[in-house]
Write a protein that binds this ligand. Sequence first.
Ligand SMILES: [Zn+2]
Length: 308
Amino acid sequence: MKRFTQAILLLSVLALALSACAAQAPDSGKLRVVTTIGQIADAARIIGGDLIEVTPLMGPGVDPHLYVASEGDVTTLQNADIIFYNGLFLEAQMDNILEQISEYKTVVPVAESIPADRLLASPIYPDEHDPHVWFDVQLWRYVVEAVRDTLMAAEPENAATFEANAAAYLAELDTLDAYVRSQAERLSAEERVLITAHDAFNYFGRAYGFEVMGLQGISTQSEASTSDVQQLANTIVERQIPAVFIESSVPVRTVEALQEAVRAQGHEVAIGGQLFSDAMGDPATAEGTYLGMVRHNIDTIVGALLGE
Ligand SMILES: [Zn+2]
C-alpha cells in the first residue's frame, strides 16, 4: 500500500518527464507499460487499448514464484514508462530489481491496492499475505482500478478513454463473478472440494465456497513431501473426492504421485483437467485472457466434480 502511494506521487514527476521520454523513443511514442504476469497485462491492454504498448514478461506456463528476470527483461523494465506487478511477494525473485527501479520510475504493485482487510494471510509466512488475488473476481476489480488510475494520471489527455474502457471491463467482471457463482451452485456444499498442485486457490475458495487443498505450499518454491501426498490421498479416499486438478504453471508429477497414492489404497481419483492458476493460457486462445481463464477454471472444476 505504501509503495502504491509512492508510485502515485511519482506520477506527477513522470508526467513532466513524458515528453522527454517520447523524444527518446523512435517508435510510436505511446506509453510503454511492462507487466509481470499476463493477468495484469490483459487488464492494461483492455484499459489502454491502442493508446499504450503493453509488454508482459511472463508468458503461458511461467511460474511467477520462481521467475528470475533475464538481462533482456532488465532492459525492458528500464525502458518502460510504467511497470505493473502483482506484489504481495508473488514475484519473489524479482522483488529486489523492482524495488531498485521504483526509486526512479512508476512501479505499481497492483494487488497491494486491495484493502488489507480483504486479503488472506499466507498459511506459510505469517507476516505475508497470500498473493493469488485474481481468483476472487471481486478483488480483481481493485487491480483493474489501480491500473486505470495509474494510466489516467500518466496521460491525463486520454483519461476519459481509460475511464470508459475500465468501466466497461468492470461491468464484464461483475457478469463473470455472477457466472462463477452460478456454476459453483451446481455443486452441493459437500461437493465443493478443490485439490490442486499448489496452494493458489484460497481466494477462490473463500469467494465461491470451496474447501481448498494444495499439494505444495503457497509458493512453488517448496516441494510436496511424501507425507503431504499420503495425507491428501487419505482425505481423498475417506471423502470419496472424484477429481483433482493440475495447473499449467506447475509440473504434473506431484499430482500424478497423489493419484498413484490413492490408487495404492484401491481407489481411483481422476485428473479433472488443467487449471490456469498463476499463468494464463496461450494468447491465441480464450484462456489467454483473464475472463476466459476464469471461465475455463470454473467450468473444468464443476464439470469434473460432477463427473460430466
Ligand atoms: Zn502460486
